[in-house]
Design a binder for this molecule. Structure first.
Ligand code: ADP
Ligand code: MG
Length: 423
């Protein structure tokens, strides 16, 4: 099935869950409830509470390779060992999500100790399948998102309107971030069939994304490094394949792996995803922290943006922030930024002015915007946008789960359990 028709969560890895507790009977009860959950898909292992050594290896899940994504620990009134274990895992560097399971009538003190020992969620016996599903999704999803965010940020630039400025915006944003803000930046040309970034940047490329994805070995950082071309400004380019037909060799899985590797190597990775839909485009969007969609002051581009907006909703790219950028903005034109924002029910995040003269000089001279028109409204527009994208207001930063909020959610799930029983 193509990624266009595959929901992102369908490509989530199978969750590895390990149930820990000294009572085999209680473990079996929990596993019975876990097995009745169809989504997320889970690989379940069980063990008694280990008393020493490193507990985060693959042995807990039986495959000997990866540590579990979540640990479910059975806590009892009279046994200290599970609390000690919980605490040790909670303070370890690569901790799994921790879900504590408490006896039915556990006193508040025990709940407090579980939270203080580091449990992300606390559930009570008898286990309710819906509560358990919710707890697993909540804890493992938060962990998955945090892991994705390790390293730099990935920004995709897209539009369904051709010639609107996707490549120009990708390049100038990269230059603003690299030259003006001093970030380590890479550009990826995922408009595989057009592949204009190397020409636009006026660089000769020996390699392209093809060198990363071809061969028997899957992409790794050495391959990526060897495939990059350095631009005079200090930014890097991962070019599109030289031959149009080779774009077919770049699979969506390879694109996802390449972007993840590049996220770890750079502060910012900017992906030109071109002006049409392709499987690789959708994967790039999915890997992105922010998707910059370009519109101009035309009815046609606004209509396409409405269609794109609907697609974006259908694809359920939940954690990807969609930002509308108005390019070639001309103040006083009858179709205003407000009209476009209204039609799309989304705010316009930035307006980049139309500057035909500067862009023409860029194209004819082979020099970049900061060399031909430093300090111009267009160059400043890119610098402002660059700052907005990488230095978001603190209010939009993700909030961490505090012990207090975990406690509140534990109380809520406990009360829900009581209410369910009453019915
Ligand atoms: N803000 C702007 N002002 C004036 N011309 C622009 C602006 N942005 C892009 N252009 C010009 O529009 C043309 C198409 O841009 P390009 O980036 O190649 O579009 P796309 O990648 O969407 O096909 C280029 O000639 C470029 O110089
Ligand atoms: Mg282009």
């Amino acid at each position: 099935m193509s990624p266009l028709h595959t929901k992102p969560e369908m490509r989530r890895p199978i969750m590895k869950i390990c149930v820990l507790g000294d009572s085999a009977e209680q473990r079996a009860e929990v596993i019975g409830v876990l097995r009745a959950i169809a989504d997320p898909k889970m690989e379940i292992a069980e063990t008694a509470v280990p008393d020493s050594g490193s507990m985060l290896d693959g042995k807990l899940v039986g495959n000997g390779t990866a540590p579990p994504d979540a640990l479910m620990i059975l806590l009892t009134l009279d046994d200290e060992a599970p609390f000690t274990f919980l605490h040790r895992i909670a303070v370890s560097a690569q901790r799994p999500a921790l879900i504590a399971l408490m006896p039915e009538n556990a006193p508040t003190d025990l709940l407090r100790r579980a939270v203080r020992s580091g449990a992300d969620e606390v559930l009570f016996s008898p286990l309710n399948r819906d509560d358990l599903t919710r707890a697993i999704i909540k804890t493992t999803e938060a962990k998955y998102q945090a892991a994705r965010r390790r390293g730099g940020i990935v920004l995709s630039v897209s539009s369904l309107t051709g010639g609107i400025g996707v490549s120009s915006v990708s390049i100038n944003l990269a230059l603003a971030l690299g030259v003006s803000l001093g970030r380590k930046v890479a550009l990826v040309d995922l408009d595989l069939q057009n592949g204009t970034l190397a020409t636009n940047l006026n660089v000769a490329t020996d390699h392209s994304i093809l060198s990363v994805v071809e061969g028997d070995r899957s992409p790794d950082s050495l391959k990526v490094e060897a495939a990059l071309t350095r631009h005079g400004s200090g930014i890097y380019l991962l070019a599109a394949p030289r031959r149009i037909e080779d774009s077919e060799l770049v699979s969506d899985t390879a694109v996802a792996m390449t972007l993840e590797l590049m996220r770890a190597m750079f502060d910012v990775v900017i992906v030109d995803t071109g002006n049409h839909l392709a499987e690789q485009t959708v994967v790039a969007w999915e890997e992105s922290d922010q998707l910059l969609y370009l519109v101009d002051q035309s009815i046609a581009s606004t209509q396409r943006a409405v269609r794109f907006n609907e697609l974006f909703t259908r694809l359920q790219l939940g954690s990807v922030v969609l930002r509308l950028i108005l390019n070639r903005h001309v103040p006083g034109y009858p179709i205003t930024a407000e009209h476009i924002a209204q039609a799309l029910s989304r705010p316009i995040c930035a307006r980049l002015p139309r500057d035909d003269k500067a862009m023409e000089r860029v194209e004819l001279s082979g020099k970049d915007l900061w060399r031909v028109a430093p300090g111009s409204p267009l160059a400043r527009g890119f610098e402002d946008l660059a700052r907005l994208l990488v230095e978001p207001a603190s209010a939009s930063a993700p909030r961490s789960t505090t012990a207090m909020s975990r406690m509140v959610s534990a109380f809520i799930s406990r009360r829900r359990g009581v209410a369910d029983e009453a019915h």
